[in-house]
Design a protein around this ligand. Structure first.
Ligand code: DC
Length: 231
């Protein structure tokens, strides 16, 4: 079987990118973090002062789009791609709380989605890619051979994200992390365009009680079964 496309969608902080990276490395596939792209647009808008106190005019963000160039470079230490915004490695900055607080609203803008989805489809046009996000299986790659829809208990997700912030030296409260996560879930599932929905042919993976290794093992088995059924 030739290299397939694997779409991993799900709620915020479910561990989608952890699984996607592990899977890409196991299969020698490319990995693409679609959320990082929306985060870059948000970071740029914040830097340009277009988002102030959580509010903004969508037209102002749309005007910035032609000035945003995204690129991705493999980092041999993390074994995943780093995201570059106009040539600057912003992998750390895009994970800041201020970006998380604004990204759902930015990603709901039609013009932003059109531009990001074009980049995503270009990256995945030859298959051999694991991409995670919200609408990858339902919209970006509706023909992906394998679609996973991830979910997990919200307290477990909050704890994971909270630990991540702590490790990175960012001071945030558990409650702030939880509120942000639940707000984003609400906004991402209720927006008009490409909302987070489970694709009909997606396989649900609730990883509340699974280790990283168990999740990888489970998906590798799915791919193995798929390969067998296709041969
Ligand atoms: O995966 P993440 O938490 O880094 O994503 C950040 C935001 O980007 C998420 O809250 C919604 C948006 N997003 C999207 O609209 N579509 C995607 N395919 C990926 C992310």
């Amino acid at each position: 079987m030739s290299k397939i496309t694997i779409a991993i969608d799900g709620y915020s902080s479910c561990g989608k990118s952890t699984l996607a990276k592990a899977l890409a490395s196991h299969l020698h596939y490319a990995y693409a973090d679609s959320g990082a792209m929306y985060r870059c647009v948000t970071l740029y808008a914040l830097r340009k002062g277009v988002i102030k106190d959580g509010s903004f005019m969508p037209e102002e963000i749309i005007k910035l789009l032609p000035k945003i160039k995204l690129s991705f470079e493999f980092n041999s230490q993390t074994k995943a791609s780093d995201t570059f915004l106009n040539g600057e490695n912003v992998e750390k900055e895009i994970r800041q709380m201020i970006v998380s607080e604004n990204v759902s609203q930015v990603s709901a803008i039609h013009e932003v989605r059109v531009q990001m989805i074009a980049i995503q489809r270009e990256l995945g046009k030859n298959g051999g890619i694991v991409m995670d996000g919200r609408d990858i299986g339902s919209n970006v790659f509706p023909d992906a051979e394998l679609k996973i829809f991830m979910t997990s208990d919200s307290d477990i997700r909050t704890q994971r994200r909270f630990d991540e912030y702590k490790t990175k030296g960012q001071h945030v409260s558990f409650n702030d992390v939880k509120v942000n996560l639940l707000n984003r879930d609400y906004e991402d599932t209720h927006r008009k365009e490409d909302p987070l929905v489970q694709a009909q042919d997606a396989i649900v993976l609730d990883n509340s009680d699974l280790t990283r290794e168990q999740q990888l093992e489970y998906v590798v088995k799915l791919i193995h079964d798929l390969t067998l059924s296709a041969s």
